[in-house]
Design a protein around this ligand. Structure first.
Ligand code: PBG
Length: 337
């Protein structure tokens, strides 16, 4: 390294020289955002022709299945490769045992089916596997004596993954952070003849305060109350542990891994990509989106500029793609330029 940097010195070397012209800046550009890097998370609700605003996520709405199908059509037209669907389950269906999660006729299964009927293989559909949209306590797993229990939860997650695959889901994304879930889900999918359904593991998912607006969107924040997810999601102070999580998920059969949240964890994205060289995704989560939008609404930041800069930063960190609520806007911008 020392040699590398002693090669050129001012005034022979002027890094500003290659920054003088647009063509030259383009020529030396190292990373480029493309529409293929974008995964669009969407929220689905019951109803017909109905859309509900989510106050903490300006510009994002819960959509009934018919409108969801239309929205996914926009993504298809722009060339977005995949969408991630999340259900806002009726609170009356949320219980301790989370049985709605494994109901083949639940909202998410109907939504996946409708999207696949309308758009087929033109776009991939990703579904979370975790119990929080269905639990009366807002936790991702089953609760016994006040504890989120691991092994009993795994059985539910396997059933949840299977009904979602039956509905037509292309990629199962376990976001629950239970130990051993990727291996168990892989086995359950294979046994049900879904060898080709992929697993994108939320491998390094942190117990983050940046998920607040998402919990508003799926209606789990009230249920969670003062609770937190620190007995299963990772401590934001840890990095080496993220590599162990990723190693386990790959060994258990994950096709791709994810780091979440995104912007505050780009160091983890970089380490995961360099260490494992597997498809590595990052989730620019609801709180990151809300932060940028709120500042833009105040006129303090330029929405478009921070959107593109933040998404490009994921690429620079080594991500192969980003789950982002900006996906549609970013894809439109990329198409125009
Ligand atoms: C559910 C889940 C969460 C997110 C994705 N899947 C919330 C959580 O773990 O509490 C967060 C996404 C976001 O904030 O945009 N397990």
């Amino acid at each position: 390294m020392a040699d590398l940097f002693s090669r050129g010195e001012y005034p022979q070397t002027r890094l500003r020289r290659s920054r003088q012209h647009d063509w030259s800046r383009r020529m030396v550009r190292e990373n480029c955002l493309s529409v293929d890097d974008l995964i669009w998370p969407l929220f689905v609700c019951e109803g017909d022709n109905s859309r509900e605003k989510i106050p903490s996520m300006p510009g994002v709405e819960r959509l009934s299945i018919d409108l969801l199908v239309e929205a996914v059509g926009e993504a298809v037209a722009l060339g977005i490769p995949a969408v991630a669907l999340f259900p806002a389950t009726d609170s009356k269906l949320k219980t301790e045992e989370c049985l709605e999660a494994v109901n083949p006729e639940n909202l998410i299964c109907r939504a996946v089916h409708a999207v696949k009927v309308a758009h087929g293989d033109k776009i991939g559909v990703i579904c979370d596997v975790a119990l929080d949209p269905y639990s009366s306590h807002g936790q991702d797993g089953l609760v016994r004596d006040g504890q989120v229990v691991n092994d009993e939860t795994l059985e539910m997650l396997c059933r949840q993954a299977t009904v979602q695959a039956e509905a037509g889901c292309d990629v199962i994304a376990p976001s629950d952070m239970m130990d051993g879930r990727v291996g168990k889900i892989r086995q359950a999918l294979d046994e049900a003849n879904f060898q080709n359904v992929q697993i994108m593991a939320y491998a390094a998912k942190y117990a983050s305060a940046f998920y607040g607006p998402f919990r508003d969107a799926v209606g789990s924040s009230k249920n969670l109350g003062g609770g937190d997810k620190r007995t299963y999601q990772m401590n934001p102070a840890n990095a080496a542990e993220a590599l162990r999580e990723v190693a386990l998920d790959i060994a258990e059969g994950a096709d791709s891994v994810m780091v979440k949240p995104g912007m505050p964890y780009l160091d983890i994205v970089r380490q995961v990509k360099e260490t494992f060289a597997v498809p590595t995704f990052a989730y620019q989560v609801s709180g990151e989106y809300a932060m940028l939008c709120a500042a833009a609404e105040q006129g303090w930041l330029d929405r478009n500029a921070v959107m593109l800069e933040s998404l490009t930063a994921f690429k620079r960190a080594g991500a192969d793609g980003v789950l982002t609520y900006f996906a549609l806007d970013a894809a439109k911008w990329l198409r125009e330029t």
